[in-house]
Ligand binder design. Structure first.
Ligand code: ZN
Length: 259
């Protein structure tokens, strides 16, 4: 037996490691965890009786400055629950009013936006689109994944199952059957279709490109781009100023402060 045959023989014996490795990588991926988390929350929320609760997923809403995406809107006779899911691991530190929360994994800590603040925008958007009293809109943040709160969790921030418990404690009927049905219809009406979202995103992109172009300062004399230059001599030596890029054809200069 030569070495080549040995190697091939060995490889054949461990061929299954390749698909196994691929599967493990997939399961560990952020994407998979994200899908899994969403799925878990969908499962949890779907357990509520359909006669009283209706789950509307992936709701993209129009806002003044573009769009905003809500993971889950749960419409019920007891109010509307605006659910934001957070798929995180490690230790979490945060309070209701803090602007930023902290995630700590071993010694590494990073900041992220307080999800309650993030979700408040969703609540306000729904409030204005549906023109209903904000008292009937409830913000819920559900943490999925292996995270542990090291500070007291605000009452509407929960781990997976706790979300269900939090929602169920609202048991006063605030919407009639007819109102409940019409709210479901209205949310489906105001929720943006994929094509519309694409259009809005495109418009925003164009706006950003135009804004970036406007930052370019044109020469007031010839229209060429103005560039920052530095005085090489004289009493202003080292001082920066706007100079026309068409120099020496155009000798326009401008004070930098005048911008
Ligand atoms: Zn010029």
């Amino acid at each position: 037996m030569d070495i080549g045959t040995l190697i091939i023989g060995g490889l054949l014996q461990v061929w299954y490691l390749v698909p196994l490795l691929l599967i493990v990588t997939l399961f560990k991926s952020r994407w998979f965890k994200g899908v899994c988390g969403e799925f878990l929350v969908n499962c949890l929320l779907s357990r509520l009786p359909e006669s009283d609760y209706r789950l509307i997923k992936d709701v993209t809403l129009p806002t003044d400055d573009g769009t905003t995406q809500v993971d889950h809107v749960l419409v019920s006779k007891f109010g509307i629950f605006v659910v934001e899911t957070k798929n995180m691991k490690g230790w979490i530190f945060g309070s209701k009013s803090q602007k930023q929360w902290t995630q700590k994994i071993y010694r590494h800590s990073s900041k992220f936006q307080n999800p309650l603040h993030q979700n408040y925008k969703h609540v306000k958007t729904l409030e204005s689109l549906l023109s209903i009293d904000i008292a009937y809109l409830h913000s819920v943040v559900i943490f999925i994944g292996d995270s542990t709160f090291k500070t007291t969790m605000p009452e509407n921030v929960t781990y997976a199952r706790g979300g269900l418990r939090y929602i169920k404690q609202f048991d006063q009927i605030v919407f009639s059957d007819a109102e409940y049905q019409s709210l479901i219809e209205r949310i489906n009406e105001v929720k943006l279709r994929k094509g519309v979202i694409r259009d809005i995103k495109h418009r925003q992109h164009v706006k950003a490109v135009v804004a970036a172009k406007e930052k370019v300062k044109p020469c007031s004399r010839c229209g060429s781009e103005m560039v920052v230059r530095e005085s090489k001599r004289g009493e202003n030596k080292g001082k920066q100023f706007w100079g026309c890029s068409a120099f020496p054809k155009c000798r326009a200069i401008e004070d930098i402060k005048a911008r």
